[in-house]
Design a protein around this ligand. Structure first.
Ligand code: DP6
Length: 344
């Protein structure tokens, strides 16, 4: 048995991907940054065989994940035809719990896609440059989960065609090509865990509800404008504009959920309390803290590295009371996936 292993982090979107069409194509471009500490390690072992796929999640059975990953691998026949002559054994291990406001599909699917691209290299002997390898991995990750396409790269990453990002594509993600201002280079992200129970409505259903959403077109157009504004802010180090756009995107995402048919609410009273406290703290101290939200109740508190001490103190004093068992995860912007081993 040969083994390939990749560790890939999750990411958090600043401009949200919400709505898709065709084969996993986004209805609007998005921008995220890749996290550092919250990741999935996927170990892929293979032998000659007949396309049997065995899957473990954190060392045990997980029917939902196994079904999704098996369907994903089965759909890759046109790109990786050699898969039908192999048996695969996959172990996917997250170092963070499920449903804590960290997209596990982004890290799980990107690390699996990276393993499959390394497998292609080993089996076929394909020789790709590093950037072509990552582009292919991002493409393959996108087929598994849209947000996973962005996790193939570290730092700030965009996915989806935007006129403001010449190299952008709907097919794969690309890292932002300019140097982000130092104000945003070491962005911190503390995830405040308000509720970690499984959500009533998952992202797949949320994307589907955008197909007939009355505000869909305006939303997709707004995302393009937000991309342009956020890019300028990231270049110039404009913290006020960053905060305005990022918070607007987070609240906008949840208002799209509320105005879907049927409408639904994923925010909890604690999420709203935290948002209010964050805004008050910003006003009072002038420290440029902001928040963003995933498709769930947990709040991502974003802040610059030099303000870490003051913000940590604020979290301990004012925010943890709204968190389930006072739980939070301290993370920050990271460098992207890492290949861990390959061999017998
Ligand atoms: C709110 O990438 O989880 O996190 O493509 O169906 O796997 P699928 O959806 P997914 O959606 C992510 C939605 C989001 C915003 C974002 O990450 O851009």
């Amino acid at each position: 048995m040969q083994t390939i292993r990749w560790k890939s982090p999750s990411n958090i979107a600043l401009i949200k991907y919400w709505g898709k069409h065709g084969v996993q194509l986004p209805s609007n471009p998005s921008i995220s940054f890749t996290l550092n500490g919250s990741h999935t390690t996927t170990t892929l072992s293979y032998t000659a065989g007949k396309a049997k796929v065995e899957l473990l999640f954190n060392g045990g059975q997980n029917d939902k994940f196994a079904l999704r990953a098996k369907q994903y691998i089965a759909s890759l026949g046109p790109y990786l035809p050699f898969l039908k002559e192999l048996d695969l054994h996959i172990n996917s291990e997250n170092n963070f719990p499920h449903s804590v406001g960290i997209a596990s599909s982004a890290s799980a699917m990107s690390s699996l896609a990276l393993c499959l691209c390394s497998l292609e290299k080993e089996i076929i002997g394909t020789k790709l440059s590093k950037s072509d390898f990552l582009e292919k991995a991002s493409f393959m990750a996108r087929l598994g989960s849209g947000s996973a396409s962005r996790s193939v790269y570290g730092g700030y990453v965009s996915w989806g065609k935007s006129q403001y990002i010449p190299e952008s594509s709907d097919e794969w993600a690309t890292p932002l090509s300019f140097e982000v201002h130092e104000n945003f280079r070491e962005l911190q992200d503390t995830i405040l865990i308000v509720d970690e129970r499984p959500k009533a409505i998952g992202s797949s259903e949320g994307h589907r509800l955008m197909e007939k959403h009355p505000y869909a077109q305006q939303r997709f157009e707004q995302a393009h404008v937000h991309i342009a504004t956020l890019l300028k802010a990231l270049k110039a180090g404009d913290e006020n504009t960053f905060i305005r756009i990022v918070e607007n995107e987070a609240l906008g995402l949840h208002s799209l959920m509320m105005s879907s048919d049927p409408g639904y609410i994923l925010l909890k009273p604690g999420s709203l309390q935290i948002i209010e406290k964050i805004r008050n703290f910003r006003e009072k101290t002038g420290i440029p803290v902001s928040f963003t939200l995933d498709a769930g109740p947990n709040v991502h508190l974003l802040y610059p590295a030099p303000d870490k001490e003051a913000v940590q103190d604020f979290i301990n004093r004012e925010l943890l009371v709204y968190c389930m068992q006072k739980r939070r995860i301290d993370d920050h912007i990271g460098k992207g996936p890492e290949k861990l081993s390959s061999g017998e």
